[in-house]
Design a protein around this ligand. Structure first.
Ligand SMILES: *Cc1c(COP(=O)(O)O)cnc(C)c1O
Length: 483
């Protein structure tokens, strides 16, 4: 049994009583099974499944779900993840398409294709790109798609052998260097300056005919807008490099500024962050990739095209990098993004972005008053990176927050800030929630400084107390085994 299972919470297996059962679905009697599969194909011994009645199953899972922490239960300021509220109406919209089959004749799925086409047009308009694929299943998958597109472009120009390097700032999300390495590139790190923005002079020194691409996010992972982005993109293009935009932070600027206008050649978006799909726990995501015209021929197949008012899937694209995923992407997520964009409109999207920035700036000021430090206090956008008062560790503050019913912020990221607390409140939180959170953090810090033993022992009220994180990483117990 997993070492982190709450001791007072019996496993469904432990509730099993021989011969007890809930329902017997029609067609599952032994005689039916014999007729259906042939006796020789039936298993000799029954599987070791728990034998429980229906009510026990309902209570077990309902009680488990009540121990779940999520945006629906509490403030969830997990930096970089944009854990905003996702309106329920989007689920209803996605459910309308549940009857579609991916092998359906496109002629009989014109509405679905129209939705994909239109969503692509909206994303192009919001990012300033010329073509888009909706296929990638997540942000990191979009990164891989975008970098493979860049690789194909350089190869087509006969520069694949020389352009072997991808530049990544030291504040980057770990998926950026991982993507570049997976695509076979050598990764070189570019330092940030004292203001938290990319050190432009250091970047220029790295540029040359060996550089294939630069991967950036703007605002960057410190939540700071890169003000020298135009000079940076000019220098990159002068050296023949392509500029890749990690769109995980688009929530801060959607409707106000476009990566395409900043000089980016490729962008991925995380629909499950910016465009209102619930995420966490590895659920379905979506990472569309937009490119400028010169990279469009390399996008994955198929693309949805519109001809004479009809939609079809275009597979005839000889320079395409091929398929990145089965079928056409996580279609349900595409529906939610489409409806979210239609619901809010351009003004609504701009308002959401502006409020995400306002909330982050307000919370940052509240925390500074409570003794939290902000090492890079530049033009904060939708998130900021703070440090607890001197003498406290980020992990202890995060654990103590659990006792107060808040999900902690991201900690120890970005790597360039010691004891980092990366806070992203999002636009859907009220002023009262932000104030309550700052108040609680202030109290935790005060008590933690007075009583180190207390804060190092937190959390005290959660179903599972502090985990052995090294053991959880090295020896994860991912499923139940009979003793
Ligand atoms: C979340 C995130 C990613 C990766 O996106 P996934 O959808 O989780 O694969 C990449 N970069 C940044 C900055 C992110 O916040």
């Amino acid at each position: 049994m997993g070492f982190c299972w709450p001791e007072d919470f019996p496993l469904i297996f432990e509730r099993s009583r021989e011969g007890r059962r809930g329902v017997r679905p029609p067609g599952t009697r032994d005689a039916d099974a014999k007729a259906l599969f042939g006796e020789e194909n039936l298993r000799a011994r029954a599987p070791r499944l728990p034998e429980v009645d229906e009510l026990t199953v309902v209570r077990h899972y309902t009680n488990l779900s009540r121990r779940q922490v999520g945006v629906d239960t509490t403030f969830y300021p997990l930096g970089s993840c944009t854990m905003k509220y996702n309106p329920r109406v989007l689920e209803a919209a996605a459910a309308r398409f549940a009857g579609l089959h991916p092998y359906q004749d496109p002629e009989s799925a014109q509405g679905a294709l129209e939705l994909m086409y239109e969503l692509g047009e909206y994303l192009k308009a919001l990012t300033g790109m010329d073509a888009v694929t909706l296929q990638p299943a997540a942000g990191a998958h979009g990164e891989l798609t975008g970098i493979l597109v860049i690789r194909a472009y350089h190869k087509d120009r006969g520069e694949a052998e020389t352009r072997r390097v991808v530049l990544v700032p030291d504040s980057a999300h770990g998926s950026n260097p991982a993507t570049a390495a997976m695509a076979g590139f050598e990764v070189r790190e570019v330092p940030s300056g004292p203001d938290g923005e990319v050190d432009l002079e250091a970047l220029k020194r790295e540029l040359g005919s060996h550089v294939a691409a630069i991967m950036l996010t703007n605002p960057n992972t410190l939540g700071i807008f890169e003000r020298r982005i135009l000079a940076l993109s000019e220098a990159a293009h002068a050296a023949g490099a392509q500029l890749y935009y990690d769109g995980a932070n688009l929530n801060a600027i959607m409707g106000w500024a476009r990566p395409g206008d900043m000089g980016f050649d490729v962008v991925h978006l995380n629909l499950h962050k910016t465009f209102a799909t619930p995420h966490g726990g590895g659920g379905p995501g979506s990472g569309p990739v937009g490119v400028k015209a010169h990279l469009a021929p390399y996008l994955p197949v198929p693309l949805v095209v519109k001809e004479n008012g009809r939609y079809r899937l275009d597979f005839d694209r000889p320079k395409s990098i091929g398929r990145m995923r089965s079928f056409f992407g996580n279609f349900g997520v595409l529906v939610k993004a489409y409806v979210y964009i239609r619901m809010l409109g351009l003004e609504g999207l701009r308002d959401a972005a502006a409020k995400s920035v306002l909330n982050a700036r307000y919370l940052k000021e509240l925390l500074k008053k409570r003794g939290f430090r902000v090492p890079y206090d530049g033009p904060t956008m939708h998130e900021f990176v703070a440090q607890p008062p001197e003498g406290l560790r980020a992990v202890d503050v995060a654990k103590a927050l659990l006792d107060e019913g808040f999900h902690p912020p991201t900690i120890y990221f970005p790597l360039i800030v010691k004891e980092a607390l990366m806070v992203e409140p999002t636009e859907t939180e009220s002023k009262e929630t932000l104030e309550a959170f700052a108040e609680v953090l202030g109290r935790i810090a005060e008590r933690g400084l007075e009583d180190p033993e207390w804060i190092q022992g937190a959390p005290y009220t959660t179903p599972v107390r502090r985990l052995d994180e090294v053991k959880a990483n090295r020896r994860p117990v991912l499923r139940w085994r009979p003793d």
